[in-house]
Design a protein around this ligand. Structure first.
Ligand code: SF4
Length: 127
């Protein structure tokens, strides 16, 4: 039996929650003050997920990179793989805030969304 001691991050009350696990089964959850916190703690122990924030390289932009994030949390064990994948990407300027720059990377349900904007550099046409 293992007891995980967590601090709930769902609201500012920061309850101390204990989750008792045997094998893959939750035997008991203590210390939460609401069901949202209880559900968060169980998920955090059994299948933790995180929103990923990083930057992606931009081609033809006034800035070399744009900040992005996943539009939903992804399994913690896929984060390293996703970061490596995003490090190889280059997107074309202009990029606007909120724009989806990658749909379902690596088969994940999430989308990669720009959290900043990058204007394109002005190119002069040949006379
Ligand atoms: S358990 Fe409920 S009340 Fe406590 S920190 Fe989590 S969300 Fe807030």
């Amino acid at each position: 039996m293992t007891v995980y001691k967590l601090t709930c991050v769902i609201c500012p009350l920061s309850c101390s929650v204990e989750v008792e696990v045997e094998g893959n089964r939750v035997k008991d959850v203590r210390g939460f003050s609401c069901t949202r916190g209880k559900e968060w703690a169980v998920e955090e122990v059994l299948s933790p997920k995180r929103v990923v924030m990083t930057v992606i390289q931009v081609r033809g932009g006034k800035e070399p990179v744009v900040s992005v994030k996943t539009d939903s949390p992804i399994p913690k064990e896929r984060i390293r793989e996703l970061m490596s994948y995003l490090a190889t990407l280059e997107v074309e300027a202009p990029i606007s805030i909120g724009q989806v720059v990658v749909e379902h990377p690596l088969g994940l349900k999430t989308k990669i969304v720009a959290t900043g904007s990058v204007e394109a550099v002005e190119t002069r046409g040949h006379a």
